[in-house]
Design a protein around this ligand. Structure first.
Ligand code: KG4
Ligand code: ZN
Length: 372
């Protein structure tokens, strides 16, 4: 392997309902995607209103090798060119994770390549530092990582404020006490009859129609824990308030204006709480950089409002959001995390990772950091 030049990485991600493989190339402090293949199972699970773990595993088994071959083909890379393999080994749905880890363990043994296991959330954080797809103007293009780094992690399973003092050194400084924010989007969408996944559906309805009042007068939902002095969150109360509202107004669910207004107020409530706690954490820890991570980081309103408030209150802090292509689950982000892990490994650790297929385990509850 030519370390001085660059490192070519093949990664796969199967923790939930996307079968994903990617090839990236890392050089110095930058990671560029050569291919990023994501096979989504959304239409399969949508009919059940959420992800069914065994069905997800069955689909991953059917898709994983075609997806890996496509990633190699699109990148114009063959197995000999690969320096490092990476796979998500948790957290997530165990039957789904096992498909990814077993596939990668087999490839590592067969090709005699080093293998590293990556925490799914660590991947989401590193999505911020992938070079945006070429010719795309939506991303900032600045991929430099600055520590200490504060990440607002918002996904279907997690809502956390995570402080990283350097590569691989994480501390959870705040987290949800009940539902994750993505879960609240999904449950609220179901209550409003908007289907699965709920996040994009709510965002779309929130941005359509007239802002403000419906025939009911203005709708107001709670902002749980917004004034608490800690950095924790709670989202189940907002969801329960939507349930009460919907029960009282069953006849209005067929009215576009009503659903739009509830979606808008729900999104506003979530965004306000997330922004307020992130600003509080920024004040407490003085990070050099704030990043968004996880599926909910695709939310335009959250991206925009956090950016505006940070610029107003902490103009010295750099603000990064992942390119839209890298917000939802994908394997490029897993490869990016693996690149920086590898860079910080000793020669001994590197050479022993050729054997890590022997003991790498999928763990549905894998932990990334100590909790403060
Ligand atoms: O990171 P992710 O793809 O999977 C997990 O690791 O959980 O996140 C999925 C979550 C779902 O709850 C989905 O509704 C939410 O991300 N999501 C969004 C948006 N796009 C996806 N939430 C709000 N606004 C969006 N635009
Ligand atoms: Zn995710």
């Amino acid at each position: 392997m030519n370390r001085a030049e660059h490192l070519t990485i093949l990664a796969i991600e199967t923790s939930c309902d996307e079968t994903a493989a990617a090839i990236v190339r890392g050089r110095d402090e930058t990671v560029e995607t050569l291919s990023n293949v994501v096979s989504s199972q959304i239409p399969l699970h949508a009919q059940y209103g959420g992800v069914v773990p065994n069905l997800a595993a069955r689909e991953h088994v059917a898709n994983i090798l075609p997806v890996v071959s496509q990633a190699l083909r699109e990148a114009n890379v063959d197995p000999d060119d690969i320096d490092l393999l990476a796979v998500t080994n948790g957290p997530g749905l165990i039957p789904a994770l096992l498909v990814g880890t077993d596939t990668m363990k087999t490839l590592s043994w067969l090709w005699k390549k080093p293998l590293v296991g990556i925490h799914h959330i660590e991947g989401h954080i590193y999505a911020n530092f992938l070079v945006p797809p070429s010719g795309d103007t939506k991303a900032s293009g600045d991929t430099e990582i600055r520590f200490p780094l504060l990440a607002l992690v918002v996904s279907g399973g997690h809502t956390q404020l995570m402080l990283a003092r350097s590569h691989g050194e994480y501390e959870i400084v705040g987290q949800t006490r009940d539902d994750a924010v993505g879960e609240a989007f999904d449950k609220t969408a179901r209550l409003l009859g908007l289907g699965y996944p709920g996040g994009p559906a709510i965002a779309k309805r929130a941005s359509s129609g007239e802002a403000g009042a419906s025939a009911l007068g203005p709708i107001r939902l709670p902002r749980p824990m917004i004034h608490s002095k800690d950095l924790d969150f709670s989202f189940s109360g907002i969801k329960t308030a939507v349930l009460t509202l919907v029960k009282k107004n069953k006849d209005k669910l067929s009215e576009m204006a009503f659903v739009d207004a509830v979606a808008r107020e729900f999104q506003n409530a979530c965004v306000e709480v997330l922004v307020s706690k992130t600003l509080r954490a920024a004040g407490m820890f003085a990070p050099k950089c704030v990043v968004l991570a996880g599926g909910v980081s695709a939310n335009e309103e959250l991206r925009r409002r956090l950016g505006e408030k940070l610029a107003e209150t902490h103009p010295e802090i750099a603000y990064r959001v992942p390119h839209p292509a890298f917000c939802i689950d994908n394997a490029s982000m897993i490869a990016a995390a693996a690149y920086f892990r590898w860079n910080n490994m000793s020669d001994r650790q590197r050479s022993s990772s050729v054997d890590s297929w022997k003991n790498l385990r999928a763990d549905s509850n894998l932990k990334l950091a100590k909790e403060s």
